[in-house]
Design a binder for this molecule. Structure first.
Ligand code: FES
Length: 139
């Protein structure tokens, strides 16, 4: 076993601070959106970026992106290069629910935020598939 150097300790401290700042232990849902793709297939590069920018802006405006005193959980978002559906995009996925959406334009994203994120109701109009990930402890 190697001895940890000062730099390793500082790196771990920085890492832990980042984990705290991001609120990783307080994530309630994680959204993946196909955007800014290397090879845009499900939608144009511009459409993907427009949806991504809208998602980021609305999560921030609604205070969903950071845990707060009133709401101690948050919604994480990740720009995916490709979610492998590659048609009818932008493709958007919500975990842990495992709900996939297609045609996630800014107006669709607003519906998904208002109904799915804030009221736990799947938006049928853009619904593609559902598959919550299996609980590995129960297998
Ligand atoms: S390019 Fe969007 S899902 Fe593959």
């Amino acid at each position: 076993m190697t001895q940890q150097t000062t730099n390793d300790s500082e790196g771990l401290e920085t890492l832990q601070e980042t984990v705290e700042e991001l609120g990783l232990h307080k994530i309630q849902r994680h959204i993946f959106l196909c955007a800014d793709q290397t090879k845009p297939k499900c939608c144009s590069h511009e459409e993907g970026l427009a949806s991504w920018n809208y998602l980021k802006r609305r999560l921030t405006e609604l205070g969903l992106d950071q845990p707060s005193a009133e709401v101690p959980s948050c919604v994480f978002r990740t720009k995916a290069n490709c979610l492998r559906v590659c048609c009818s995009g932008p493709i958007l996925l919500v975990y842990p629910d495992g709900v996939w959406y297609n045609q996630a334009t800014p107006s669709a994203i607003e519906e998904i935020i208002q109904h799915h994120l804030l009221n736990n109701q799947v938006v049928e109009e853009y619904f593609l598939a559902t598959h919550p990930l299996p609980n590995v402890d129960s297998e």
